[in-house]
Ligand binder design. Sequence first.
Ligand SMILES: [Zn+2]
Length: 254
Amino acid sequence: MFGLARWWRRRGLRDPGFSPEQWAATMQGVALLRDWSPAALARLREQTVFFLRAKTFTAAEGARLDDAVRLLIAAQACVPILRLDIDYYDGWRELIVYPDTFVTRHQEHDEAGVLHSWRQPSAGEAWSHGPVVLSQTDVEESARARDGFNVVIHEMAHKLDMLNGDANGFPPLHREMRVQDWVSGWSASYEAFCAELEAGGAPALDPYAAESPAEFFAVMSEAFFELPDEVLAHFPLLYPQLTGFYRYDPRGPA
Ligand SMILES: [Zn+2]
């Protein structure tokens, strides 16, 4: 690391912008982090400091956005990059926080060229090269229970997926990973998941994952960090791909 970066890093860690008590309260409030090792939590704290420095938060529709909420979002947002560089979140700056689910307008041309538009309530959104939008109620619910649902991890997974273009379930892989293994593993698992849903089976994952390969990757990422044993049991082909991409195994010592 060069001089300036090192200085910046040291300064950031000396003056994190939150107190040890605030950090401890955040850790208590995120169920997912309760059994993490001190070393993993120290690394998470470091990433959180850099995240808070690099990002801005905007309150929408009267959201009560205080330090505790910002810290709760930032800490969960840094879970996917625990073992990656903070640069993985480059290229966007803003997080917009609504008090609860928000309604967004969607438009799409169908095959006949007809434009359809509809409004849909959302807990979170990640815009390509743009902001991440979150519902505060859903952020808090995500923190409270380790149940496989985490809107912050979900939107961050979309951001990672978008590092090499549109969200399509194919993020930029590390040099040691094989593209062929990723593509074959994910497409086979996605197809099997959709087929099982269609046949009326009880899905091992939030059925929303069937929406598209991008959603499959984002929903799988939530489950991977929150309930890794379930992901390993139901998606054995994908588990090593996830530990390879996130450079982290939630089942092992963090
Ligand atoms: Zn999504």
